[in-house]
Design a protein around this ligand. Structure first.
Ligand SMILES: NC(=O)c1ccc[n+]([C@@H]2O[C@H](COP(=O)([O-])OP(=O)(O)OC[C@H]3O[C@@H](n4cnc5c(N)ncnc54)[C@H](OP(=O)(O)O)[C@@H]3O)[C@@H](O)[C@H]2O)c1
Length: 333
């Protein structure tokens, strides 16, 4: 039986629709969420990611600023640019596109971003909050993976999740998020990496297998449990003379063979990638909401939970109704 395909592009569209409502509510209060994306240098892949982020902002009607600096920008210049963005009230989220040129210390740059504007979720304060389950900003790709699982009907609760890859931007945070004692988490997590012995025996234990390796099609069908849910984070460009551009994108999973064994699988492209971008938009809206003292979605949720006055129906004695009314008046905030 062939697996169902978890289409990240469709789930991302659902989330964008929800964000439109939240953005409209913020705009009514005079707040337009704003994102600044900083790119240093001319790396073509980074240029393309930055363009996609700008386009996503435009599509949702967010304020966006793309700041491009030459590759020889000094560390001090970049730090003072971050200081000015930290102080800019139009900017609710700051993202510095990584990797940075070698002469700039990435850690210093990440530390300089105001944790309240750190929509990438890379600042140690947000990493710490994620680990202890406090609200902060969750990193976009791992958070997108959790949303994909839950929204596709594959709640990780009680499942054994095997993550292959332990990077700070994907593997470790995926594990930290899915192991939380929280809705949409509560998984038993195993984290594997390049020093893991007999990787296949570990990956075959996963009810859910997350591959974040950066090695084209490393995960073969015999490494996957029958009926597993497979999330392929990998994004690898491989030469393909038969493709129009001479190359194509593949994941870390041998999609064609694994889909015959899995119950659900994400494609590459169109899987995790679109989720990463929409979660960045979500964090920017969250940041703008927090700066305005609003919890996103609170308006709608509060409206649906607000107590309704008791109905005076023909079969309800007036005395009973009036008692209920008294109680109601005491309960409304
Ligand atoms: N779609 C998206 O939005 C998105 C976002 C981020 C990343 N990605 C993609 O996801 C992939 C992973 O990214 P990353 O930044 O996490 O990569 P990374 O920093 O290079 O980390 C790769 C991890 O895989 C492990 N690994 C490498 N070879 C292995 C092997 N043969 N067996 C087991 N583990 C192995 C490494 O182990 P060690 O720690 O022992 O070296 C490391 O922990 C890349 O293809 C990247 O392009 C996609």
């Amino acid at each position: 039986m062939s697996a169902s395909i978890i289409k990240g592009s469709e789930i991302a569209e659902q989330i964008r629709e929800e964000l439109r409502t939240e953005i409209a509510a913020l705009k009514e209060k005079g707040i337009t969420p704003g994102l600044a994306v900083v790119l240093v240098g001319e790396d073509p892949a980074s240029q393309s990611y930055v363009r996609m982020k700008g386009k996503a902002c435009e599509d949702l009607g967010l304020f966006s600023q793309t700041i491009i600096r030459p590759a020889d920008t000094s560390e001090d210049e970049l730090l003072s640019l971050i200081d000015s963005l930290n102080a800019d009230p139009r900017i609710h989220g700051i993202l510095v596109q990584l990797p940075l040129p070698k002469h700039i210390d990435e850690n210093k740059v990440i530390l300089r971003i105001d944790p309240d504007k750190d929509v990438d979720g890379f600042h140690p304060i947000n990493v710490g909050k994620m680990l202890i389950g406090e609200p902060g900003f969750l990193p976009c790709t791992p958070h997108g993976i959790q949303e994909m699982l839950v929204r596709s009907g594959n709640d990780p609760e009680g499942k054994h999740v095997v993550v292959v890859g332990r990077s700070n931007i994907v593997g470790k945070p995926v594990a930290a998020i899915l192991v939380q004692k929280k809705k949409g988490a509560n998984a038993t997590v195993t984290l594997a990496h390049s020093r893991t012995k007999d990787l296949a025996s570990i990956t075959r234990m996963g009810d859910i297998l997350v591959a974040a390796i950066g090695s084209p099609e490393l995960i073969k069908a015999d490494m996957v449990k029958e009926g597993a849910v497979v999330i392929d984070v990998g994004s690898n460009r491989i030469e393909d003379p038969s493709a129009k551009k001479g190359y194509r994108w593949v994941g870390d999973v041998d999609f064609e063979n694994v889909k015959e064994k899995a119950s659900a699988i994400t494609p590459v492209p169109g899987g995790v990638g679109p989720m990463t971008i929409v979660m960045l938009m979500k964090n920017t809206v969250l940041s703008a909401s927090r700066s305005a003292g609003v919890t996103p979605g609170q308006g709608r949720a509060a409206a649906s939970k607000r107590p309704r006055p008791p109905v005076l129906a023909s079969n309800v004695p007036r005395a009973v109704w009036s008692m209920s009314m008294k109680t109601f008046k005491h309960t409304i905030p």
